[in-house]
Design a protein around this ligand. Sequence first.
Ligand SMILES: Cc1ncc(C[n+]2csc(CCOP(=O)(O)OP(=O)(O)O)c2C)c(N)n1
Ligand code: SF4
Ligand SMILES: [Mg+2]
Length: 287
Amino acid sequence: MNALGLKTYAKNTWCPGCGNFAIELAARQAFVELVEEGRLKIENLVILSGIGCHAKISDYLKVNSFYSLHGRVVAPATGIKLANPELTVVGFAGDGDAYGEGLDHLIFAAKRNVGIAMIIHNNRVYGLTTGQFTPTSPRGFPGKSTPKGSPEDPINPIELMLASGATFVARAFSGDLQHLKGIIREAISHRGFSIVDVLQPCVTFFNSWEFYSKRVYDLQREGHDASNWEEAMRRAREWDYGGEAGRIPIGIFYKAERPAFEELVLRGRKTRELPMPDIGKVLNEHV
Ligand SMILES: Cc1ncc(C[n+]2csc(CCOP(=O)(O)OP(=O)(O)O)c2C)c(N)n1
Ligand code: SF4
Ligand SMILES: [Mg+2]
């Protein structure tokens, strides 16, 4: 299999220079490598996306896909994983999508350790709806809905995911393709819930290429111990997603082994082997 084989014929409408291109390419290369290594069956892969510029990845990748609603990637991803735990389920979501509208789903998936990988296209802006602020926009961000500058401080999704019990928490930068691909591979291969916050410049509404390029450094190259939760939290606090920054860590903050939600719920059984209620009877009794 080659990476070009996983491209569709859909016309790509992302703006030239958008960080989404690198995320799509890195994911496609990661899928192909995992297939070639015998660690993934392409027919068992399901991707999901929300609504936004990022979501067009479902149009561009020739794999099983589900185009969901804004903020609703995690819920159907969880349902798909529970319905057939043999599937590899990868959700692609925007920052407005995952950290705003759908935040509660994300927190509960982390808490439960549902076996899905979430890749967040974090451009820190609503791209598709032309430039409103999101939960990760810095204070003072002059978006369309905040022309005088957002008065709010951003949330730090790395801290939030660590506090929610996520067993794989990473950050990548779409300006470092090889590193991003490696992190996506690790996230997909992880047992349980994994999240990768990808710093993705939106060249049209929040061009952060230079800001990130000058500041990112690789946690793993600096010997970070990803099994140490307290140390992960300390590294997460090196940058708060504000406008000012010294260095910005990328790589795996935290990784732990815990049984996945579907293993605990299904206990080795396939969903179709579980006793199913007679839906007609239930409806007749309650409607
Ligand atoms: C339930 C719902 N709320 C709001 C919208 C309108 N809407 C569509 S895309 C979008 C913003 C997308 O931003 P983000 O999730 O950050 O994705 P990006 O476009 O930046 O990739 C919004 C608010 C919608 N389609 N559905
Ligand atoms: S508006 Fe921003 S996020 Fe959307 S395609 Fe253009 S550069 Fe990318
Ligand atoms: Mg966005």
